[in-house]
Design a binder for this molecule. Structure first.
Ligand SMILES: C[S@@+](CC[C@H](N)C(=O)[O-])C[C@H]1O[C@@H](n2cnc3c(N)ncnc32)[C@H](O)[C@@H]1O
Length: 220
């Protein structure tokens, strides 16, 4: 690992709003300590951003909705550092970032913890033959069912036609409810609100390359 990245990991450890749970057993996803239910000190609803990168959604929404809590999850704490620093500077205490593999969601968080989710520009795993690693595959949808309150809404944004088509199919196949979908978010009629107002690092990159952004809203 490069010096710069090591420095970022060290800095992440210093911030109270980045949690890096210790895994005791990688095979069983056993953690030294699981999620502390008293972390936010209130029982406000919690929104989860999956694969949050620099945490643009998490920080923007936390700023906008002080009566809700927000958690961004990513495996790379050096990326989350940017969002965590911004939140600290602004004194936002209704958010945190957790360094966690999404595969371990249900081992770390309790059942029915989240009431809304954002999956923003996940790796499409375009060459995958069965799509098992995609964040909308049956395996991941089953995990979401454990940690989200029934009926929760999940938003997926992607530039990938492969992931978009796959996700629509997977959502239907696993009996989740497709609320809306468009293969051209910024060319679609109608008002999509927040989902178009907040653009992540990856989204900005894809838009600058004239890529078309796709969007799916579904419920569990
Ligand atoms: C393409 S980036 C998108 C980041 C951000 N959502 C954005 O739109 O700018 C995908 C992110 O997902 C994270 N990621 C990929 N697989 C993951 C996994 N299994 N568990 C946790 N994070 C994961 C990566 O570390 C990366 O930050």
């Amino acid at each position: 690992m490069g010096k710069k990245k090591l420095g970022k990991y060290a800095a992440a450890k210093e911030l109270a709003n980045i949690i890096a749970p210790n895994v005791i057993d990688h095979q069983t996803s056993e953690f030294e300590a699981t999620w502390d239910p008293h972390f936010f000190g209130n029982s406000n609803p919690v929104t989860l951003e999956l694969g949050c990168g620099k945490g643009e959604f998490t920080v923007t929404l936390a700023r906008k909705y002080p009566q809700r809590n927000f958690i961004g999850v990513d495996i790379k704490s050096d990326r989350m550092l940017m969002g965590a620093r911004k939140a600290t500077e602004e004194g936002l205490d209704n958010l945190c970032f957790v360094r966690l593999r999404i595969e371990c969601l249900a081992a770390y968080f309790p059942e029915n913890m989240f009431s809304e989710g954002f999956i923003t520009f996940p790796d499409p795993h375009a060459s995958s033959t069965n799509g098992k690693r995609r964040l909308t595959s049956g395996r991941f949808l089953a995990l979401y069912k454990q940690v989200f309150v029934p009926g929760s809404r999940l938003h997926l944004k992607t530039d990938s036609t492969i992931l978009y088509d796959y996700s629509r199919e997977s959502i239907g196949e696993h009996a989740f409810n497709l609320i809306t979908a468009t293969d051209n978010l910024y060319g679609a009629p109608g008002e999509f609100g927040e989902i178009t107002d907040i653009q992540t690092t990856y989204e900005k990159r894809y838009l600058s390359r004239s890529k078309t952004i796709k969007y799916i809203l579904f419920s569990l």
